[in-house]
Write a protein that binds this ligand. Structure first.
Ligand SMILES: Cc1cc2nc3c(=O)[nH]c(=O)nc-3n(C[C@H](O)[C@H](O)[C@H](O)COP(=O)(O)OP(=O)(O)OC[C@H]3O[C@@H](n4cnc5c(N)ncnc54)[C@H](O)[C@@H]3O)c2cc1C
Length: 366
């Protein structure tokens, strides 16, 4: 693919030379973890470093389409598209601030989740949106996708754990996105515009927007005036950063994120129930999740026979998986709790599963 004509005239030659425009570089960035592939016009991790210093000349000035990128683990082609790919994961990945008392952290978007949590451990804190790709996924990408971890039933997903964001809009302006009632300037004007849109379109949104538990967090104007079923903030306040969460890099480029952290659980319990059939496992899930009505249940996962067999072939997983199996189950259901105190061993070992319905259970302390 040739550089578009507008780029030739608009993009300064020096900066163009710093972008990777060789076919091999563009090819490396042409896909993510999805089945989609679109050859890039150019890609750059240096541009992200320059942006960090706030020396970003807007995409609009150069008439360049921009595709921000973190770890590139998206499964639906979110990071795929022709244009200049800006890779934040290489140079823009610092923890800027941690307030252990308030349990908040401000981070650059390219930091990988596992790296952030490793740095938070000394404070006995963690960021609890634990995507399976924690070793590769960046906080910027997680915010872009409104990612959701296996413990979201207890901790929520990204939109529930982002308190603010600094981000550039396409005109190159840097904005502070935070609480709407404290917003000023252009950020406030943006919020008011979305609120007005939401109010004007309210009947359409109510009639047509699917009422699912976890809608994709693209720009949903209905959100501003009306909190959804799972409110994004504990006090019901409206936060403009939440407009960006789930916008897949289409509304603004994130420069930094302010995150709500959680305390590392003091005790953890892992329960494993063995099921003879898929139907029985699915039927029991409704009872298992009720075990955590007090907020102690953090995750429920289903592991089918194929996964069991594959894990048994992996020397790293095999001993753990073997210790959880009773006989030859078709499926295992794992549930994970954070307990306030450590119950007596007798209570933990061989505990019955939810509602007494599923097969034999094993509960262990981690
Ligand atoms: C095996 C596997 C397991 C997975 N498990 C989970 C899971 O458990 N839960 C889950 O939710 N997802 C899961 N995913 C999907 C994916 O890993 C997550 O969505 C992850 O959070 C994406 O992070 P990333 O850094 O790779 O983002 P990317 O894929 O690089 O980007 C994601 C989006 O964010 C945008 N973006 C990136 N950086 C910025 C920035 N600085 N400013 C603005 N926008 C930006 C991108 O343009 C893109 O639209 C899984 C994927 C795979 C392949």
């Amino acid at each position: 693919m040739k550089w578009p004509e507008s780029w030739r005239s608009g993009w300064p030659p020096k900066r163009r030379a710093k972008c990777c425009s060789r076919p091999a570089d563009r090819g490396r960035y042409s896909t993510d973890a999805s089945i989609y592939q679109v050859m890039r016009s150019a890609c750059s991790s240096r541009a992200a470093r320059k942006m960090r210093a706030s020396r970003w000349t807007s995409a609009a000035t150069f008439k360049v389409p921009v595709v921000p990128r973190g770890g590139g683990t998206s499964q639906c082609g979110q990071t795929v598209g022709a244009g200049l790919v800006i890779d934040f994961s290489k140079h823009v990945r610092n923890v800027l601030d941690v307030d252990a008392e308030a349990r908040t952290a401000t981070v650059e978007p390219g930091i990988v989740l596992d790296h952030l949590n490793a740095q938070l451990k000394k404070h006995k804190l963690w960021y609890p949106v634990d995507v399976s790709t924690a070793a590769q996924a960046t906080l910027g990408g997680m915010a872009g996708n409104n990612s959701c971890g296996s413990r979201s039933i207890a901790y929520g997903n990204m939109v529930h754990n982002v308190l603010g964001a600094q981000a550039w809009t396409a005109d190159g302006a840097l904005h502070e996105f935070g609480r709407f009632d404290q917003a000023t300037g252009a950020a406030r004007a943006l919020g008011e515009r979305v609120r007005d849109l939401a109010l004007a379109l309210k009947p359409e949104i109510e009639a047509r927007w699917p009422k699912v538990l976890r809608p994709r967090r693209r720009l949903q104007p209905g959100r501003l005036p009306q909190p959804e079923r799972a409110p994004y903030t504990a006090d019901g306040s409206v936060n403009l950063a939440h407009l960006l969460v789930g916008s897949e890099g289409t509304l603004a480029l994130t420069r930094s994120l302010k995150l709500q952290l959680s305390r590392l659980p003091r005790h953890k319990v892992l329960g494993v129930v063995n099921f003879p059939t898929f139907y029985k496992a699915m039927d029991s899930a409704q009872h298992i999740v009720k075990l955590g009505a007090d907020g102690t249940l953090t995750a429920v996962e289903l592991v089918d026979r194929t996964m069991i067999e594959l894990s048994l072939q992996n020397p790293a997983f095999a001993p753990t998986v073997r210790s959880a199996l009773i006989g030859h189950p078709t499926l295992c259901c794992w549930w994970n709790s954070r307990a306030k105190t450590r119950p007596p061993a007798a209570q933990a070992e061989g505990a019955g599963a939810a509602d007494g319905r599923p097969g034999p259970a094993r509960t262990r302390w981690c």
